[in-house]
Design a protein around this ligand. Structure first.
Ligand SMILES: CC(C)(COP(=O)(O)OP(=O)(O)OC[C@H]1O[C@@H](n2cnc3c(N)ncnc32)[C@H](O)[C@@H]1OP(=O)(O)O)[C@@H](O)C(=O)NCCC(=O)NCCS
Length: 140
């Protein structure tokens, strides 16, 4: 499978991998990376849904390369599909290696978020900035 040399989507979260986030191998915990990806997807989801969202599913999580202490983790998001109350967001995590300009994709996954109201119930996602409800709409 050929790897793209450039990330897809918008840079949504950028953070540094710290010693407290390591596993017994001395690499960064996959769970920490997943958490950063969930937060990035949530930020993109809130922006698109114009309000609260929750994660309902994570699919196709691939850990491609390890993240190491000192790497800068850059998480990119791309809204792939908008349903009535749910949306699918492609999330890629790239590591800018410690003290270098080298950048590698380390993880990718597809997150599904649901827009919720004050009671935690699904609510329609606005079609656009005017707040009109969405019909089924894809975003390429
Ligand atoms: C998300 C939640 C509000 C959905 O409630 P629900 O009663 O199951 O809602 P619905 O069955 O009406 O589904 C709502 C939308 O979610 C989608 N959906 C539900 N379960 C899904 C799943 N496992 N995978 C993908 N999409 C899913 C439905 O297809 C629907 O999408 P659409 O409106 O665009 O067609 C509810 O399941 C929930 O609160 N889950 C916990 C979320 C949470 O706490 N996340 C943090 C985890 S720590």
């Amino acid at each position: 499978m050929s790897e793209r040399s450039e990330p897809r989507g918008e840079l949504t979260v950028r953070t540094i991998a710290m010693p407290a986030d390591t596993n017994a191998n001395g690499d960064i915990f996959g769970g920490w990376v997943m958490s950063q990806m969930d937060q990035a997807g949530g930020i993109a989801g809130v922006e698109r849904a114009q309000g609260r969202v929750v994660t309902v599913a994570v699919e196709a999580m691939h850990f491609i390369r390890p993240v190491r202490v000192g790497d800068v983790l850059c998480v990119y998001t791309h809204v792939e599909r908008i349903g009535r109350t749910s949306m699918t967001i492609a999330v890629e995590a790239w590591a800018r290696r410690f003290q270098t300009r080298a950048r590698e994709k380390v993880t990718d996954a597809t997150f599904t978020f649901v827009a919720i109201d004050q009671d935690g119930k699904p609510r329609p996602i606005p079609q656009d900035a005017t707040g009109a409800p969405a019909a089924s709409q894809g975003q390429g």
